[in-house]
Every structure is written in structure tokens, then in C-alpha cells.
Design a protein around this ligand. Structure first.
Ligand SMILES: [Zn+2]
Length: 293
């Protein structure tokens, strides 16, 4: 009789203990995932790119999508599917045209805006390309540049984007007057050009050399294999020079021929090779720093 009572009591205790452990596990994992998720979403790899070789070691490529416009919604969906599959959301920057050709105002395309918000939630970076993308629109004077930028920010605000986090710009055709450059830099934009970026630091403007390549401008099908090989060589050289590698792509141009297959190959291969080489010590940071001296 006594032993039955005892075992009943101990089973009661063990159930209680199990419950406590379960609640604790649930609490800790919720906290962990909330924290991880928060960091994951805020991760901004372009922010770290620097000339300071002691501090910065170039790694996996960063993808820059130019000409993000409602005109290319279908092409964009095909591109982002490949990026999603390769876990590239936080390493991808979308350069948006707010009123493409002066007849595609973002506010008139709620489906496209919603799609961009979905990408934003996944960790993609919504950034700025231009107002209408007509000719080299930012090859202009200060007052025109200010007017275009103000109008663009207004449209982006109206589409509920957090304009505080929109601080990277690629101007159409990389054309940019000195006046326009100052307008962007004074508003703390980082300017991405064809082979370098400009950052406004407290002690002046920093110019950082990057390796910015585009292989898929309506690439002929018989060039697919050559492009694959060349891109991997370019990427590895870039790592050795400790320059950040950025892959520029344009919707429609990359969707042509085998462009999408190339994109998938490049992202897969660089992810795999970087990991493999880092593990084998090939891109040891000390080695890179010494090579630079
Ligand atoms: Zn463009």
C-alpha cells in the first residue's frame, strides 16, 4: 500500500518535471528563433565592405538587381525563385525605379509593391535606382537631383517602404554628375558604381574598389559554358585581391537564353567553393593581409 502511494507520488513529480522542462525548452527556442530571425532580417553585408583590410575580408558574392520595375514582375519572380533556392535573400539588393519611363509609377502597381514587401520580409534589401530611368537622368545639376530624389522618396514612402533603410543607390547607366553625387552622399547614401563604391564616412568620402561583373546581358546560348568558367575565375581572383565581388543582373536580360541557368550555377558554385576553401584555409585572412602589403 505504501509503495503504491510512493510510486503514484513520484509519477506525479516526474510529470510535473517533464512539463517544466517542456515549457523551458519552448521558451528558450522561441527566444532563440526570435533573435536569430531578427538578426537575419537586419543583416546588411554591403555595410561592412571597406578598405580596412584588417577588418574586412571579402566573401560570398553580393547580388545587385538593376531596373527593378513593375514592367518586369514576371521576370523578377523567376529571378527571386533562384535566389531563394540558393538562400540569397540577405545578400541581394533590389534597385528600384519608382516611375519607369515616366509612365509606371509604383503607387499604380499594388501587386508589384506587395511582392516587393514580401521580398523585404524575406531579407532582400529594397534600394534606389532612379526616378524614370530616362537616359543618364542623374547626370544633372543639384536642384534637379534633389527634386528627383525627393519625389522618389515620396513615392517609396507612399508605398509604405521604410525609407530610413533605403541608403544605397546605383544611378541609371552608372551616370552621375558631381552635383548629384554630393546630393546622395550628403543624405548618407552609399553610391555603387561600375567598379567601386563611395561611402560617406565621418572623416570624408571613402572610395572602395569592388569587382562588379555582369555576364548575362542577353547572353547567347553558346556562351553559357564560357561564362560559367570565366565567372568562377573572376570570383576567385576577386577573393584573392580581397575585393568584394558583386554580380549585377538586369531582369529580362538575365531571363534570356540560359541566363537563369547561369545564375543558379554561379550562386551554387560560389557558395560551395567559398565554404570549401575557407575550411581548407585557402582564404586565410592573415595571408590576404600579407599579400596586400
Ligand atoms: Zn538601369
Amino acid at each position: 500500500m505504501k509503495s503504491v502511494k510512493k510510486s503514484k507520488l513520484s509519477s506525479k513529480y516526474s510529470t510535473l518535471l517533464l512539463l517544466i522542462v517542456l515549457v523551458l525548452v519552448l521558451l528558450v527556442s522561441t527566444m532563440f528563433f526570435a533573435d536569430y530571425h531578427g538578426k537575419y532580417l537586419k543583416y546588411d553585408p554591403l555595410k561592412d565592405v571597406s578598405n580596412d583590410r584588417c577588418y574586412y575580408n571579402a566573401s560570398t558574392p553580393i547580388v545587385l538587381i538593376h531596373d527593378v520595375s513593375p514592367k518586369y514582375i514576371d521576370e523578377m519572380k523567376e529571378i527571386t525563385e533562384i535566389l531563394d533556392n540558393n538562400h540569397y535573400s540577405t545578400r541581394t539588393y533590389l534597385f528600384v525605379i519608382v516611375n519607369h519611363a515616366n509612365e509606371n509609377k509604383l503607387t499604380d502597381y499594388p501587386e508589384f509593391v506587395e511582392y516587393l514587401h514580401e521580398l523585404d520580409k524575406k531579407g532582400y534589401h529594397i534600394q534606389y535606382h532612379g526616378y524614370d530611368h530616362i537616359a543618364g537622368e542623374y547626370n544633372c545639376n543639384e536642384s534637379v537631383a534633389k527634386q528627383k530624389l525627393n519625389e522618389s522618396i515620396k513615392i517609396l514612402n507612399n508605398c509604405q517602404f521604410d525609407t530610413n533603410t533605403i541608403n544605397y543607390v546605383i544611378t541609371p547607366r552608372y551616370k552621375l554628375s558631381k552635383d548629384s553625387a554630393n546630393v546622395f552622399l550628403n543624405r548618407n547614401f552609399t553610391i555603387i558604381m561600375d567598379y567601386y563604391i563611395l561611402k560617406n564616412r565621418t572623416d570624408g568620402i571613402e572610395k572602395i574598389i569592388i569587382t562588379n561583373k555582369e555576364y548575362t546581358w542577353y547572353m547567347p546560348e553558346n556562351c553559357t559554358e564560357i561564362a560559367k568558367n570565366v565567372s568562377i575565375v573572376d570570383y576567385k581572383n576577386s577573393l584573392k585581391e580581397n575585393n568584394q565581388f558583386t554580380l549585377s543582373i538586369h531582369p529580362k536580360a538575365v531571363n534570356y537564353g540560359n541566363g537563369i541557368e547561369f545564375l543558379d550555377y554561379f550562386l551554387r558554385k560560389t557558395n560551395y567553393d567559398t565554404l570549401k576553401d575557407i575550411l581548407s584555409g585557402e582564404y586565410n585572412s592573415k595571408e590576404i593581409n600579407e599579400n596586400k602589403k
